[in-house]
Unconditional design. Structure first.
Length: 255
């Protein structure tokens, strides 16, 4: 089946008001493939600035995501943002499970609890998974990714219609990235993930319908070869999403 091409831009903890004006302003007016689904995730301080820029430009294609959300209802939870708060202000997406947050202490179970709460509250989720360099060396990639996905299923999330999986090998992302995964490495892992989805007892045809993104040193130069692989449905982009060439990644499948 044909799955809609998806590109996410994770701005991480970067930017300023001026930078967001420039980056999002450029995207809002760019000539983008209308068949691509695009979501950008500024740091929480700039979510609504980004939304305002897109709305002022009349851009309805690009959606805005949060980089995190809390699983509890609004209340005495200092420093957190609730699902309800995001929804009431028109934010429909959230990134959860990013390795930078897992390395800061979030467990598989914590991520799964957040995913369940986000879905229950009407948010769509970009669910990040991926192995370390040592786990890749020890041939544990599939086992680690399956464990991270299984935690979400065990938390009670059986309907994955509003989940997009982002496979981001830790060794390929961030300032300390060793390299990008090769197209074949990425494809092999994506195919294994799709096989796992088929065996997980999920509702509907999750294995075929769930989009699996690749993230890890994605650039305008390597995106076309990566997206040519059968089980890669798009990208979650970090540093390159802050650059004008992000448009080229969004347009990688344009005919």
């Amino acid at each position: 089946m044909t799955r809609t091409y998806f590109v996410g831009g994770n701005f991480k903890m970067t930017g300023s008001r001026a930078a967001i004006d420039q980056i999002v302003g450029h995207l809002a007016k760019a000539d983008l493939d209308p068949n691509a689904e695009v979501v950008i995730a500024p740091t929480s301080l700039y979510i609504f600035q980004a939304k305002s820029i897109l709305e002022a430009a009349g851009n309805k294609q690009i959606k805005v995501a949060a980089q995190n959300v809390y699983h509890e209802k609004p209340g005495a939870h200092t420093g957190e943002i609730s699902v309800e708060q995001l929804k009431q202000d028109g934010v429909d997406w959230v990134i959860l499970g990013h390795s930078e947050r897992r390395q800061a202490g979030e467990t598989d179970e914590t991520v799964a609890t957040k995913v369940k709460a986000a879905l229950a509250g009407g948010l769509s989720v970009i669910l990040c998974i991926g192995e370390s360099a040592d786990e890749r060396r020890d041939n544990l990639t599939e086992k680690v990714c399956a464990r991270q996905l299984e935690a979400v299923v065990n938390a009670g999330a059986k309907n994955w219609k509003n989940i997009v999986v982002a496979y981001e090998p830790i060794w390929a992302i961030g300032a300390k990235a060793l390299r990008a995964a090769t197209p074949q490495e990425a494809q092999d892992t994506h195919a294994a993930l799709r096989k796992w989805l088929a065996s997980a007892g999920l509702e509907g045809n999750a294995a075929e319908e769930t989009r699996i993104l690749y993230g890890g040193s994605v650039t305008a130069e390597n995106c076309k070869e990566l997206i040519s692989q059968a089980d890669i449905d798009g990208f979650l982009v970090g540093g390159a999403s802050l650059k004008p060439a992000f448009v080229d990644i969004i347009n990688a499948t344009r005919k």
